[in-house]
Design a protein. Sequence first.
Length: 347
Amino acid sequence: MHAASIHRVADAGPGVVCLHANPGTGAQWQTLSDRLLPDWRVVIPAAYGPTRVPFASTAQAPTLAQEIEALAPVFDAAGERFHLVGHSWGGALALRAALAYPDRVESVAVYEPALFGLAREADPDSPDLEALADLVHGGAQAVARGDHEGAARSFIDFWTNPGAFDAMPPPRRAQILGTIECIGSWWRVLSEDPTPLSAFAGLSVPVLVMTGRDTRAAARCVAEALVSAVPGAQVVRFDGLGHMGPLTHPERVLAVIEGFLSTRRSTGQVPKSTRRAAGQAERSELSDPGELSLVARWALDAASADDGRLLRPGVRGAGGGVRAPALLRPSSDPEAREGQVFDWPPV
């Protein structure tokens, strides 16, 4: 990981390292970084995994331990202490980084971390894991035949819906085709990572685990195992979302991440990004009651009791407490097909 591949969004505020899904780039988190500015120092590695030398020339993805070592400049750019956000492969890296840097990590927020070894530990004979393994092995065989497009199509459509790959803009398809040769290595890295579930039970920082109720069973199994193992872990289960929830319905997922981070700040000031999250909560309808209550509670917990800027007039409960505001419709289309949102800008 060369320093030139680090995208630092701001030089002020608490550090947040955002780790993207694979295949993908750091552009996945651009919207989140825009929302957190100027209160946070957001650090985003542009790419990792098979796109990184020397692995790019060998079609061999690095292990998670190798990735954590290579990401050291990214963590240093975030400051002495920092928060971690990750999705899928990036979620797996975030959790492993929290174990590797116990004295520096402040909190972890992950959406369906792809630590499939934990699912195997929980249910070694899971048919859902076997289905995922078959998909990956079939993709590796397609790559060996020179059919990179077939491998990419089966992989993306599996995690989204039929036709998702073909619906992507050409630059995004080209990006995936450039890394899909490592599909077999991805599976080995994620399913054979030696870190047991009990290791994550030792995490002493706040952990948020997010998952979609319409996701694949193997991904759900990992999320639920982590929730049960990590002391005090918070969970948000999104109605209508799948594994690609941060990409298909970013406003919903990012609002929850932003709310979670807002309560992790050491300063007593209410960051502007938190006020924006509360304002969005007033304008949005989050379909999961748990999702709504967490966003509202985090936004309010981050404010002083008399900070009326976070509230609409008269929205107060018994004993002076503040109840969640009435909400309207989300800015993201809840009916959007997952294949319609793979339009990430280039890094």
